[in-house]
Design a protein around this ligand. Structure first.
Ligand SMILES: Cc1ncc(COP(=O)(O)O)c(C=O)c1O
Length: 411
């Protein structure tokens, strides 16, 4: 069996293989391995949005709000049940991840009355920026612990930092660069032992990696990666049931009665108060279709396939790319990583440019990483095989060395 035949054999027994027909594959030759930046467009979403624009917006006009107004919580409940394993009334689809992080972080800090927030130095930039802004706003301190860029969050470093002056510990579950998973229950226990709350960013987990939130307090995440809801689709937030917090961005949609026009602000019950303004209806419908497609595939099967795809990628990288100065910079244990793999190479930026020119789409992450995100819903083993074979050929020929050495802003 050639190695390509082996990949085809793995595809032949993949229970999720039929789901590839449920998303738009405009260019069948394209080896798309960036589903962890922007997922593919489901057919159902394209059809739903067309109906929404033509019949609902076009036809019903303002009368459509009767059905649209509850979408943040309706879609939130669907997302929470299918992808987070949480109960109804705890999840809202709204705003973007950064804004949701801000609202929840300020709320948590005010509720605990403490003066220190904890995060790590390898957390996603927006998380670090938002948390630094929250610290400034509240006259608090942001205590930043060091995480290894490959191995992820260090529980030892956290143990040092999480003292009884801490109000909030905010980390990512799956590290955006290496894919390393943080130990949620262990961190929650550390935080709770000193009376602090926890706020998890699940952007690189939701829709691909199950996470047990039974010990957690708060979470946020985006929907344009594995949830396939489209560029700039609204994000979500989750508040543990029973946790009473106040939204610092008091908008009319978070009020008990948004249409009590003359009344002063009175917050809605529960998580609902973390809404702010008018919901983005088209985006919400896209999230709903994305969630329903993933629910049909089933999170356990998505996780199993994600682990198999990334393990296969690691195996090929070791066999074919290691001789060309490539190092696997993600955890090797599939249980310790999310659904993407990052490779380190001194010419990573040039390599990515050459790969994109040859129809292979990973992405680049500073300073020297090529990130492959084979989304389990629609990526085939043969896609991973062919992408890595092309990568091997590029490195062997040195073709990437003709590409500009200075990175562009967005990949
Ligand atoms: C971990 C993480 N958090 C947040 C974001 C993005 O946040 P926002 O939806 O505000 O753009 C990303 C985007 O890639 C991410 O990887």
């Amino acid at each position: 069996m050639t190695s390509r035949e082996r990949a085809l054999a793995l595809d032949a027994v993949d229970p999720l293989a039929p789901f590839r027909d449920r998303v738009v594959v405009a260019d069948p030759e394209l080896l798309y391995l960036d589903g962890n930046s922007l997922g593919r467009l489901p057919h159902a979403t394209r059809d739903r949005l067309r109906t929404h624009v033509e019949d609902e917006w076009g036809g019903r006009l303002v009368r459509g709000w009767h059905d649209w107004v509850a979408l943040p919580s309706v879609v939130g409940d669907e997302l929470g049940a299918a992808l987070l394993g949480v109960g109804p009334g705890e999840t809202l689809v709204c705003d973007n991840t950064s804004s949701n992080l801000f609202k929840l972080a300020v709320a948590a800090m005010r509720a605990t009355g403490r003066r220190v927030l904890v995060t790590d130095d390898d957390n996603f930039p927006t998380d670090r920026h938002v948390l630094a802004g929250v610290a400034d706003l509240l006259g608090a301190e942001l205590r930043v612990v060091h995480s290894d860029r490959d191995a992820g969050v260090s529980v030892e470093a956290l143990r040092e930092a999480v003292r009884d002056d801490v109000g909030l510990v905010s980390l990512s579950h799956t590290a955006y660069r290496s894919g390393a998973l943080a130990p949620v229950a262990e961190v929650d226990a550390l935080a709770h032992a000193v009376g602090a709350l926890t706020l998890w960013d699940l952007s690189h987990s939701v829709g691909a990696v199950p996470v047990d939130l039974s010990t957690a307090d708060l979470a946020v995440g985006c929907t344009y990666k594995y949830v396939n809801a489209g560029p700039g689709a609204p994000a979500w937030l989750w508040v543990r049931s029973g946790l009473e917090l106040d939204n610092p961005v008091q908008g009319w949609f978070g009020a008990a009665d948004p249409f009590a026009m003359d009344a002063p602000y009175a917050p809605a019950a529960g998580a609902q108060r973390f809404l702010t303004g008018t919901p983005p209806v088209g985006g919400l419908l896209a999230v709903q279709e994305g969630v329903r497609l993933l629910a049909e595939a089933g999170l356990p099967r998505l996780r199993t396939k994600g682990q198999a795809l990334t393990s296969y990628l690691v195996e090929l990288a070791d066999a074919w790319l290691a001789p060309h100065d490539v190092r696997v910079a993600s955890p090797r244990d599939a249980d310790a990583r999310g659904s993407h793999v990052v490779l380190e190479h001194p010419r990573a930026w040039q390599l990515v440019q050459e790969l994109v020119a040859r129809g292979v789409v990973p992405d680049y992450r500073v300073p020297d990483r090529v990130r492959f995100g084979p989304a389990p819903l629609y990526t085939r083993f043969v896609d991973v095989h062919d992408a890595l074979a092309i990568t091997r050929d590029v490195l062997a020929s040195g073709a990437h060395l003709t590409r500009p050495a200075e990175p562009a802003r967005v990949t």
